[in-house]
Design a protein around this ligand. Sequence first.
Ligand SMILES: Cc1cc2nc3c(=O)[nH]c(=O)nc-3n(C[C@H](O)[C@H](O)[C@H](O)COP(=O)(O)OP(=O)(O)OC[C@H]3O[C@@H](n4cnc5c(N)ncnc54)[C@H](O)[C@@H]3O)c2cc1C
Length: 432
Amino acid sequence: MKIGILGAGFAGLSVGYFLKKSGCDSFELFESSDVVGGLARSFKWHGFDCDLAPHRLYTDDDLVRDELLSLTDMSQMRRHSQIFIRGKWIQDPVNAIEVILKFLPRDSFRIAWHYLFRQKNPETNFENLVLNQFGKGLNELFFKPYSEKLFGIPADEISAIWGKRKLRVGGLKDIIRRNSRLYFKDFYYPVENGYGAIAEALHAKVKSHVQRNTRLINIEKSMDRAGYLCTFQSDGKSFQEYFDVIVSSLPITLLLGWLGKPLKLRFQSAIQTYFLIDKPHVTKNHWFYISDSHFKINRVAEFKNFADRNAPQDKTVLCCEMTNTDDYSVENVQKELQSLGLIHPEEILDSKIVKIPHAYPIYDLDYENQMEEIKAFCARHPNVHFIGRNAQFLHQDVDEIFASGMNVAEQLLQQINSIEANLPEEYVKIMN
Ligand SMILES: Cc1cc2nc3c(=O)[nH]c(=O)nc-3n(C[C@H](O)[C@H](O)[C@H](O)COP(=O)(O)OP(=O)(O)OC[C@H]3O[C@@H](n4cnc5c(N)ncnc54)[C@H](O)[C@@H]3O)c2cc1C
């Protein structure tokens, strides 16, 4: 059975890794870029290891954690993150008591009142979900402006399903434990080469199966066999290859479009602006959010605070994420950092921009209907597996994707075993 894996981001690499680990060699992995790791990759810049926005590993799945830790050397760190709201720095994740104390007396009464006497709204959209959990005061202070900035749509037009995932509404137990995806205190991070070191370690295990600089430009169902005919482009030339089974981590809109199911699902793009700063540190944070809507920056990461083993001592790098980018310019980003009181213009030594076209699936209210249609369509393509953030249109971190990679690989191995079990013995001997 020939398996074609599309995309060498974390999803594609995970499936390849688990297949290989089980002794399966009948797969090929295709990546359009010259580097692997996708959204979870890193790059070197002025001696710093930079990620695409802050990336950290948190998982409560022991099996996943142990397997990932066995791949590359990581250290466990205590989370330092903050939120900048209306001129004040508060703890991240939001702690209602701290917010009330910090915003005394003007906003505090409102926040406390709305928090204590919050009404139950129907859980039909993200805003209602936040109102139910945190009340109107905190919604207006943080959740509404931040999510509207991130997705570019009103908070009451954002799906409740996404809200549940993002807020990780796990109930009181999670809040008390303060050890969930939202409330975690500690996380893991590679000691060298940035977050991308994890994807690089996966790549090292499957390298001989990976074709980089090879872009899928079309896929069609084979007329006479159960599999798919893929058309790739590499070095200006195109070629076709047949696969019995496809594992796709490409944006679902792309793949289903080729297979004859155009979708209205949308992705939010992001621009990451990196600044080389002429001082040892700007903050102590790993990352911080900027909630106020008059700032275009969503979130800033300072990579040196994640791992500084090889970083230049006297300088630091900030990475500023923007998703609402109509009037984007490096100068505007720089001005925002200045107005936060974090840097002086003469401290900026260099800047770099990285654009991410598919950074966030946009979970509008229609998305739930679209997902139902997708399910029905995909049922007709049992030999195509969708895995990863953009292929499943699902807000997932790498640990969740890694676990799905293990599941997909298991399913494929079962399929291979059942094919072999039905073949005459002499064929199996030849194949092995
Ligand atoms: C801003 C941001 C912050 C995040 N923070 C964290 C975090 O702190 N912790 C965490 O664990 N996760 C985090 N994540 C999530 C994590 O980065 C992603 O879930 C994960 O990297 C997605 O992997 P993937 O393989 O599904 O998709 P991708 O990384 O998008 O991989 C898809 C791959 O397919 C390739 N490709 C695309 N089109 C084609 C084509 N036509 N032909 C061939 N190849 C193609 C792409 O080049 C890419 O390499 C964050 C994500 C973002 C955007």
